[in-house]
Ligand binder design. Structure first.
Ligand code: NAD
Length: 540
């Protein structure tokens, strides 16, 4: 039992109003991190390994702002990480759950307290998040994952089996029989922290392959765990060439689980590699992957315009549309379309894009060159496509950083790629439908894309809400009524989608934690029988 877990509360978000104490501390830390580039090592057991081969990285919103360089792992370092994970496993797994949980709960206290400016500044500079976006991610969600997982693990450990007077039955919540590989995305510091720590909480040891685009925050998150008392070797940080590192890790016979968040394509590739090697593993590896999305808003003719337009702007453009849950396609009834479009355009006109450390800016830069080029490609094709009309934005500028103007496009073809492909940038596509084709548009929405992550219905008419909720039952793992489809909170809206969007194991929930244990059942007989014969047998 995890007696100290109590009932966790969601970590409150601080305002960072000008002149506030938290704002002063953050500004000082931003200046410190911006002027002190770090050399980031591999963290393998108790060794911090600096390699000859390194890769420099800078802020997405300022090419000139070099934040540091990270060591690049070779095959021998991956082997060292695996050896460290193996070595750390017996004593870590033997530690009572309450002790392991205390370490991650302590990490949450540090993150919410003295480490707050450090995690916020790293996330703002490295991933180009505004202070609010960094707060809800690197502090709010990270602390929530750590505290709620501790509580959920406690609940798991309290599950009881039926015992009788003479026979005792109990669960033994063993970790997996091997090590876990955590592969994390760039877009959330909290996810980066959760993917290795959730399996570790349950007694597993982990190889963590972070995103090269979020190295600074990954480094600080592991340092946070170590500062909170995590023994060396429980989580080992190995960055570098992703396919090579993963291939090397997946070749180990005691690879026992993959905890992945990122694009669907990469996840499928990893799954295929695991499948191809399935005969070589000691166990059947657990595979958990939360992947891409093409998240929708369907508006009914009874929808209120102001909340709908606000949901499009906040849901579609916050963090530059780089949330897996970001609104990316909107189905608007013809009777409301003009009002909604006008309202969204007015809001976009008031939005400033730039350095996220400047509190006047609502948007920062997109994460890097590949992303910038991909989004630019969509915009170039849209400009030349008679089925597309650019209603707002549509411009990009990479002279100082990777900036993309928040863009609204209307398409006339419901099967247009802009309505089906994940773009992962500040680009929202509208499709206008005749009001009396609501049922048809629900089918369009369901069938337009392989993804099924998040989505919303906006309506005042209760029948329309009911109809959409039913028809779109399999179209989103997180479904919202009259709200934007982003901003899921741990413990309130456990997150994950199905179809091409992932295995839907709901990060930060008890369902996810069950994937990292391999329970053993122990029966003890207090009065073992001494005669093979049952009472039904008739004796001579
Ligand atoms: P990505 O797939 O490019 O990278 C994810 C991780 O995989 C990184 O660590 C990367 O280095 C690694 N990787 C890349 N290629 C690889 C390969 N060939 N073999 C092994 N590993 C490889 O994703 P990203 O750009 O970091 O993140 C954005 C994606 O993540 C989007 O598709 C988004 O929808 C998704 N996402 C989903 C959720 C969710 O909960 N469903 C949450 C966040 C992000």
């Amino acid at each position: 039992m995890v007696a100290s877990s109590g009932n966790p509360r969601n970590e409150p978000v601080l305002d960072h109003a000008p002149g506030s104490e938290e704002r002063r501390a953050l500004d000082a830390e931003l200046a410190r991190q911006a002027s002190t580039p770090l050399a980031l090592p591999l963290i393998l057991g108790d060794a911090r390994v600096f390699t000859l081969k390194t890769s420099a990285f800078s802020a997405p919103h300022a090419h000139a702002l070099v934040l540091g360089e990270y060591s690049v792992a070779e095959s021998e370092h991956v082997a060292q990480a695996v050896a460290a994970a193996r070595q750390a496993k017996p004593s870590w797994a033997a530690l009572p759950l309450a002790e392991r949980a205390s370490i991650f709960q302590r990490a949450a206290e540090l993150a919410a307290g003295p480490w707050r400016p450090r995690l916020l500044a790293a996330t703002m500079l490295n991933q180009s998040k505004t202070v609010y976006q960094a707060e809800i991610d690197a502090i709010g969600e990270l602390c929530d994952f750590l505290r709620f997982n501790a509580a959920f693990a406690g609940e798991l450990s309290e599950a009881a089996l039926i015992s009788t007077e003479h026979e005792k039955n109990r669960w033994d919540l063993r970790p997996l029989d091997g090590f876990v590989l955590a592969v994390t995305p760039f877009n959330f510091t909290a996810i980066a922290g959760n993917l290795p720590s959730a399996p570790a909480l349950l007694g597993n040891t982990v190889i963590w392959k972070p995103s090269p685009l979020a190295m600074l925050s990954a480094h600080h998150v592991l340092e946070l765990f170590l500062a909170a008392g995590l023994p060396p070797g429980v989580i080992n940080l190995v960055q570098g060439d992703a396919p090579r590192i993963c291939e090397r890790v997946l070749s180990e016979s005691d690879f026992a689980g993959l905890h992945f968040t990122g694009s669907s394509q990469v996840f499928r590739g990893l799954w295929a590699q695991i499948g191809a090697r399935i005969g070589s593993y000691r166990s059947y590896p657990r595979i958990v992957g939360e992947t891409g999305g093409k998240d929708f808003i369907v508006a009914h003719a009874s929808a209120e315009v102001a909340p709908l337009a606000t949901a499009i702007v906040r849901g579609g453009y916050e963090y530059q549309g780089q949330k897996c849950s970001a609104v990316s396609r909107v189905y608007l009834p013809a009777s409301l379309a003009e009002q909604v479009i006008d309202s969204v355009r007015a809001m976009l006109a008031a939005i400033r894009v730039g350095d996220p450390c400047d509190a006047r800016n609502f948007l920062g830069a997109v994460i890097g060159r590949a992303s910038f080029d991909r989004i630019t490609g969509y915009l170039t094709r849209a400009r030349a496509d008679a089925r597309c009309k650019i209603l707002a934005g549509g411009t990009t500028d990479d002279r100082v950083g990777f900036f993309v103007a928040p863009t609204l496009i209307e398409v006339t073809d419901p099967s247009h790629p802009l309505l089906s492909e994940e773009i992962f940038g500040p680009l929202v596509t509208i499709y206008r439908y005749d009001d009396d084709r609501f049922a048809e548009v629900l089918t369009l929405c369901d069938e337009a894309t392989p993804y099924a992550l998040t989505g919303s219905i906006f309506a005042q008419d209760r029948d329309a809400i009911e109809q959409a909720t039913e028809r779109l039952r399999m179209s989103a793992g997180n479904f919202y009524v009259n709200d934007k489809p982003t901003g899921a909170v741990v413990g309130q809206q456990p997150f994950g989608g199905s179809r091409g969007s992932g295995t839907n194991d709901k990060a930060g929930s008890i369902w996810n934690l069950t994937r990292w244990i391999s329970p053993r059942v122990i029966k003890e007989n207090l009065r073992p029988p001494r005669d093979f014969r049952y009472p039904f047998l008739v004796s001579d």
